[in-house]
Each structure stands twice: as C-alpha cells, then as structure tokens.
Design a protein around this ligand. Structure first.
Ligand code: BG6
Length: 495
C-alpha cells in the first residue's frame, strides 16, 4: 500500500556542520529519500556550511557518496545534487557569513538552519545568524544533547531563545520520528479498546527497553562524558514513557501533545537511586557475532561512565499511582531491540485448575525496532482434542508484513515536519528542562555514592543487579522480545 506524499513548501535549508557524521549518515540520505518521493519542490535548496574549505563540487561529491546506499538512478542523483550549495563558514568567526547571506533567497517560503554541530556552538551560531540579519522568520533545528544537566540546558535554551522564538525552535528527539512511536498514539487514541483499561486498575507494570548491540563507535569523547542516563534516558526513554503514560490530548496540535507529556514529566516520582537504579559498564565479551573489547579498552582509559542503566520509575497521578515503569537501556546487549511492554494484571481467579497450566497475564508489546510490530499476548486453549490446556499466543501485527512499505528513517519525517512547521514531534523547552529536573538528582546521588558501575559481559542483558531490580517486585524482564515459555510469534495468530 503506497503512502500519500504531499509536497512541502519550497525551502532553503542550511546544514551547519554539513561535512559531519550526522549530515552524512542521516540528513543527506533522508533529504534524498524525500526528494525521490517527490515531496521536495523544484526550487528547494540545501546549503552545506562547514569549517572545511571545499567548493560546491566537493560537497556534491561527498553528498553523492552519502546517498549511494539508496541506489539512486542517475536522474534522481542529479536532481538531488543540483539542489546543493556549499559555503565555507566559521561558526565562531566572521568568515563565510556574508557569502551565506548572499546565497539565501529572501523570497523562499521557509528558511531553516539545522545546527548539526557540537552543542557548544549552538549559542555562538544563533548569535551570528542574528548578527548577520539572517534569523527573520527562520527556523532552527538542534539535536541533543541539550545541556548535560538542568542548569546547562537552561543556558543553551536561553541562548537559542534570545534569537529564535519557541515556535521557531525544533529540538529533535529522533525517537519521536520513529514510525511505531506514532503508532503508539494511534493505538491508544484511535481505538476505543485500550483506553478504558490503560490505568493502574488493569495495568500491572510497564517495561521500556532500548537495547543496542553496538559499542560507543568512535564517539568515545562525547559518550564518556555523557553515559547512558544522559544519552538515552533523559531524552528518548522519557519521551517513550510520556507517550505511553500521557492523558489523551485534545488534538494532535504540537502544544496539546506537549502539554500532556509535560504533565507526565512533572508527575515523575523522585527516584531512590540506591534501590531503584542500576548502572552497568560492559567488559570484553561477544556481540554481533564476534569478540568485542570492553568499554574501558574502547575509550582507552579507566572510566566509570555507565553504558547500561536500569530504573524503576513511578508516576504520581490518578492513572498511574502504584504502577512501576521499568526502564533499561544499554550498549553491547545481546540484541538490538526497542520495545514498550504494557503488562496487564492477572485474572482475578483461575477457573482452570493446575492441569491446564498457568494463566499468564496479558501483555501488549509495542516494538519500535527492529521489525516494527504490535503483539497482544493472549491465553487460548491449546488446540486439539485433549483436555483443557492453556497456552499463550500473540496476536501479531507486523508492519512490514502487513504493509510491505519501506520504513522511512525518523529523520525523513522530522525534516519534512520542520519545513511544514509542525512541532508536534519536537521537544519544547519546558519538556527538556522537566526531564533534566528528574534526572539531575539521580546523577547527583550516583556522584555522591561514588560506586563504580557494575560490570557486565558484552553480549549479555546487563548486570545481574538489573534482574534483581525488577525481580524484587515479583516481575521479570521480557528479555526475548516478549516470547516466553517456548511460544513464539510463529505459533501466534498473525494479522
Ligand atoms: C542516539 C544516542 O541518540 O541514539 C546513541 O546518542 C544511540 O548513543 C542512538 O546509539 C540510538 O538510536 P537508534 O535510532 O539507532 O535506536
């Protein structure tokens, strides 16, 4: 089933940091895919800006390499590359700014500055954009990390806010651009089925897992200063928690959705770091089918940065009081898996007797990646003429199988949303700061405790303490993506 493509208004998009990793791996391929899909109008231009001295032809050659994996036809590549310009720009000096001003077209409907740079440059760049009279109605896009704690995040936000009004600031959390994250909203708010039972009366707990097999991949400098709590929990995981827990918004307007997410962040219970958090760091082991070094070898020095974190969070409001939200994320885990599992309460009474086997509680597993899917785990009678035996199967809705469409990268949607002026999937200043307000005391408690992270072998599900964290409450992690006791999706009922 083909999805509808609606062209966006014409734009000048300036990518500052255009020779960097983000531009090469994500932004240029995403823009190419939208161009190929016919969503980008003929006059739209993409202007690369970076410190490196290079001409337009050089930038086009780099961009051609960046989009090669998408196997463009010669016509597609030529059309896309013809949109590209390049300016050699000094983010903190004078060089290149008047040239950039000369390249921008005042009559173009939308002007966007994408700051694909180190966060230290956000403030000086915004100041220069303003000083050269380029801000006007322009939009600015920034990536995480926005600060490393509440105070620094507020300072960055203030510096950006001194030039751009909030309605022109697009703070990217690329998890919000993932297809299944939006499906979570569709599932909750476009179906009457779940909402009446989406509360503490019917839900026992929620698990949110973002597991990666990768290590730190050449980002050791950044990562060693950040760690898993800042890198993944403060942003991506709390956003997933918000979308799972928020009240139904009155509309999908940016502020209607963001107001509801903010209320969840405000309702997060301060966490007792000693009993409700676990930090881990991988040692040498195996991942992606081969032996891998430990974190300390990778970064090249002794380090106490956590590469794994598990938390038990709580939300103090009418809907969720008493329902634990278990979050865990880590690098060098056994599989790449991002999943939200909503575990329902057990039936109040088992009428089947011991011979039928256990009656397992229902659960809904919303898988973001890989293989986006929604599985509703139900108990059924084991088919056949024998006695009444129960088994658990999944009503499985795999998006790939059901629709067979290419799964767009999150950046494709988010970049087009910037051009369309839709902020629903971007974080508002108060959300970012509310998330830090909850995270800061956890960081402070870890700092005070001075305990090194618990070691885990690369290729395992993190330190044993993470298992203890959840098992102390009588629950267990769904490590295998929701499959347990020998059943699997292949035994299930497929949608
Ligand atoms: C980034 C983190 O925000 O998200 C990385 O900085 C992490 O450390 C990445 O690897 C995960 O994103 P995805 O889309 O691959 O799950």
């Amino acid at each position: 089933m083909a999805s509808r493509t609606i062209a966006v208004p014409s734009f000048d998009l300036v990518i500052v940091g255009a020779t960097g990793d983000l531009a090469r791996r994500k932004l240029l391929p995403a823009l190419f895919q939208r161009d190929r899909a016919g969503q980008i109008p003929p006059g739209a231009r993409i202007i690369g800006a970076a410190r490196r001295a290079m001409d337009e032809a050089g930038f086009r050659a780099e961009a051609a390499a960046a989009i090669a994996a998408a196997s463009p036809t010669p016509e597609e590549a030529a059309r896309f590359l013809a949109r590209l310009g390049y300016v050699h720009l000094d983010a903190t000096g004078q060089e290149g700014w008047s040239e950039l001003a000369g390249m921008l077209d005042a009559s173009t409907a939308v002007r966007v500055f994408y700051l694909a740079t180190a966060p230290e440059l956000f403030a000086p760049l915004c100041a220069r954009i303003a000083a050269h009279g380029l801000a006007g109605d322009a939009r600015v896009v920034v990536e995480k990390p926005i600060g490393h704690d509440l105070a620094s995040a507020a300072a960055v936000n203030t510096a950006i806010g001194a030039v751009f009004p909030e309605r022109s600031i697009y703070r990217i959390d690329h998890y919000l651009g993932k297809e299944t994250v939006q499906n979570l909203m569709a599932l909750r708010f476009a179906n009457a089925l779940f909402e009446p039972i989406w509360n503490s009366a019917h839900i026992d707990h929620v698990q949110i897992t973002v597991a990666e097999t990768l290590g730190v991949e050449g980002r050791a400098d950044y990562y060693d200063r950040a760690g898993a709590l800042r890198d993944m929990v403060q942003n991506h995981m709390l956003q997933l928690l918000c979308l799972t827990a928020m009240e139904p918004p009155t509309s999908l307007d940016a502020d209607a959705v963001r107001d509801e997410k903010l209320k969840v962040l405000h309702a997060l219970v301060p966490l007792d770091a000693a009993t409700e958090s676990v930090r881990g760091q991988y040692r040498a082991g195996a991942a992606d089918g081969g032996p891998v070094a430990g974190y300390r070898e990778e970064v090249g020095h002794p380090s106490n940065t956590e590469t794994f974190v598990a938390l038990r969070a709580g939300i103090a409001n009418w809907r969720w009081a008493g329902v634990p939200f278990f979050l865990r994320t880590g690098k060098r885990l056994p599989q790449r898996l991002s999943e939200i599992v909503v575990a329902f309460r057990a039936v109040p009474h088992n009428a089947f007797g011991a011979a039928a086997g256990p009656v397992r509680p229902n659960r809904l597993a919303i898988r973001l990646q890989p293989d986006e899917s929604i599985d509703l785990w139900l108990m059924i009678k084991d088919p056949g003429p024998g006695g009444m035996r129960l088994r658990q199967v999944a009503l499985n809705m795999s998006f790939d199988r059901a629709f067979g469409v290419r799964n767009p990268d999150a950046y494709e949607r988010l970049l087009m949303d910037v051009v369309r002026g839709n902020q629903t999937l971007f974080m508002r200043r108060d959300e970012v700061e509310a998330a830090w307000r909850w995270v800061d005391p956890i960081l402070a408690a870890w700092e005070t405790a001075r305990e090194p992270p618990r070691p885990y072998t690369a290729g395992t599900w993190g330190p044993a303490a993470s298992v203890a964290l959840i098992e102390r409450s009588g629950r267990t992690w769904y490590d295998d993506g929701g499959f347990e006791d020998g059943t699997d999706a292949a035994d299930g009922i497929h949608g």
